[in-house]
Design a binder for this molecule. Sequence first.
Ligand code: NAD
Ligand code: DAU
Length: 339
Amino acid sequence: MNIIVTGGAGFIGSNFVFHMLKAHPDYRIICLDKLTYAGNLSTLEPVMSNPNFRFVKADICDKEAVDKLFEEEKPDIVVNFAAESHVDRSIENPQIFLETNIIGTSVLMDASRKHGVKRYHQVSTDEVYGDLPLDRPDLFFTEQTPIHTSSPYSSSKAGADLLVLAYHRTYGLPVTLSRCSNNYGPYHFPEKLIPLMIIRALHDESLPVYGDGLNVRDWLYVEDHCKAIDLIIHNGKVGEVYNVGGHNEMANIDIVKLILKELGKSEDLITYVTDRAGHDRRYAIDPTKIHNDLGWLPETKFADGIDKTIKWYLENESWWQPIISGEYQNYYEKMYGDK
Ligand code: NAD
Ligand code: DAU
């Protein structure tokens, strides 16, 4: 089995590459990644010399490069993780989100049609459903919840989702989609809440909590997401959407306090800053369908996952230190300077 994994030098994509090489030692995994600011080749270092792994630097919007790779590798399956993924960046500059997340998806699907790919899997997000109110804990996102987006990022992901379903209906492309809640774990880029707070707390720097800190996210350990996608590409029904989440809702402020406690740091580091524009209040996935149809259940409890994650950042400074020196400093100043 030949599988092209796009965005495999990023957070979830790299964890998926590691999972697949381990779980399916007879598969060939080809990673296609543009290596944007969020892609890190050093992450893939442990598998670079694996004969079942190949890395190709290319943009999913580049039709010629994509076609050439599909011609060479004749993939059975394509799993598309490649995306611009950070909501705050999408508020600053929406255009690249439309290009990569929508146009890039269409380029990959055109190549998948041309080369007879047996399964195209789109990695999507619970953010396409918009948000839920804090005072209705009985409400959850199901696969039937209407698309109702808030940010340029989620709108670009929703646009891609609709295109994926249209390619299935119009051209019969064998697609599946997964919409997952917030992931956490190793190799998470330190612009996102959990790694940002761990690294800043380690340096005794202020921890910028948006708004009142009460926004809720439904956190899932990244390995559990990778296992869900593995199940969907093998056993999922063509044309179907699967929600992935672990009923693990937490307010941002509670996550930040937990990280401070684990690191033995003072809550005085917490600084409430101007809220994110259009900030979604609560995400909460109903994972009944993937559980009933494919037998998926999350395996890592949050208490264990967050411990493992903090430990990973403590032990892998050599991974994140080069990221936070360089361009990242300008990013932080630009995004947080006047908050
Ligand atoms: P990430 O930002 O860490 O990684 C994105 C990767 O895509 C990087 O390696 C980057 O170099 C690559 N990339 C970006 N533009 C590209 C292009 N034009 N061509 C080729 N490669 C390109 O993202 P992530 O957090 O790992 O998310 C991966 C996917 O999962 C995204 O599609 C995201 O929408 C989705 N998702 C993420 C989460 C989450 O909590 N992080 C949850 C649900 C869904
Ligand atoms: O739900 C899935 C989504 O989760 C994915 O589709 C996105 O790609 C991924 O980035 C993530 O989006 P969020 O916006 O939920 O993640 P982020 O880590 O940016 O923020 C999590 C929460 O923490 C959110 O309510 C905003 C808040 N926050 C974030 C940052 C970076 C802060 O309070 N302070 C911060 O500095």
